[in-house]
Design a protein around this ligand. Structure first.
Ligand code: SAM
Length: 301
């Protein structure tokens, strides 16, 4: 995909930078995401022939899964702020012969005014609220567009969990002990924290309790939330074979640089050499600590 047409940063990340352009890494990502998709759709309790709105549909992970489950009479509205991802999904839908059951809407999750009140049976979303500042308003929009009795099903990472006591300041970087090169790690980390300040970035300024509160305050009843947190020996994602070269070309989300870009910005060539000499073997032996948390929430209007 490298050298292809210039795409917006959302499309560029989802279709390339998320996996560093490495097909093996993409497969690892998809192996993780398929059960997430299935659980979001199970929690949505779909019935044939319904209309489902997938907010922040991206390249259609949830939306295409829903289309299959909804059957011939079912419709899926793909909404996203990325026109490139909407175009991408539209062309996939055409190739799959399901275009007549799809609609594509350019809208932000916190302003779904292009959609009528009480017009949707099911709203789904996965890993989108983390990018939206006004989450309360977003839940209000989900509630507004749903028919009475309509269902909401979401999955969101709870990133606050792994930023609490795990930072370059404490000599940990990417879950590895970087004490001997801590100063360099702090400078690389500072690049990320400048873009995503811990206290104010929408990806870090909420947790599962906020999701519950927003749902209830927006008017949902029958709200359920399942929270999962994992602390692992070794990063389970790295152990699937993500090499150093792939890690260098990967970024954790669309807003931030790859590790290679951050090192180039923060460090001199000599410092990059020293930092790499320390970190690379640790990454390759995968001796670090992995921390992650996420929540599934489903609710009824
Ligand atoms: C991590 S991707 C998830 C894509 C898809 N939901 C999935 O499960 O693979 C985040 C998506 O949210 C979209 N997005 C980011 N901010 C948004 C906003 N304010 N409103 C709607 N979509 C947004 C991005 O364009 C991207 O497609």
């Amino acid at each position: 995909m490298t050298g292809g047409p210039v795409r917006d940063r959302w499309a560029e990340w989802l279709l390339e930078r998320r996996h560093g352009g490495d097909p093996e890494d993409l497969k690892t990502t998809m192996d993780f995401l398929a059960p997430v998709r299935d659980r979001v759709l199970r929690n949505a309790a779909l019935m044939g022939g319904e209309t489902l709105l997938d907010v922040g549909a991206g390249d259609g992970l949830i939306a295409f899964g829903a289309l299959e489950l909804l059957g011939e009479g079912g419709h899926v509205i793909f909404s996203d702020i990325s026109r490139d991802l909407l175009d991408h999904s539209r062309s996939l839908a055409r190739q799959m012969g399901v275009l007549d059951r799809c609609e594509f809407v350019h809208a932000s999750a916190d302003d779904l005014s292009v959609l009528e009140e009480a017009s949707i049976d099911v709203v789904t979303t996965r890993s989108v609220l983390i990018y939206v500042k006004n989450k309360r308003r977003t839940f209000e929009e989900f509630h507004r567009v749903l028919k009475p009795g309509g269902r909401l099903s979401i999955f969101e990472p709870i990133n606050r969990f792994n930023t609490v006591d795990w930072s370059s300041e404490s000599g940990i970087y990417l879950g590895h002990d970087v004490t001997p090169v801590k100063d360099l790690a702090v400078r690389v980390q500072a690049i990320y924290e400048r873009i995503q300040p811990r206290e104010t970035d929408p990806m870090l300024d909420f947790d599962e309790r906020d999701l519950l509160a927003h749902s209830e305050e927006a008017g949902f009843g029958g709200v359920h939330l399942e929270y999962e947190a994992n602390i692992t020996h070794g990063n389970p994602y790295l152990s699937e074979g993500r090499g150093w070269e792939t890690l260098l070309k990967t970024s954790g989300n669309p807003k931030i640089p790859t590790l290679e870009e951050a090192m180039n910005e923060a460090l001199t060539a000599e410092e990059i050499e020293g930092f790499t000499a320390h970190l690379r073997p640790l990454v390759e032996r995968n001796e670090g600590k992995g921390m992650s948390a996420h929540a599934y929430l489903w609710a009824v209007k």
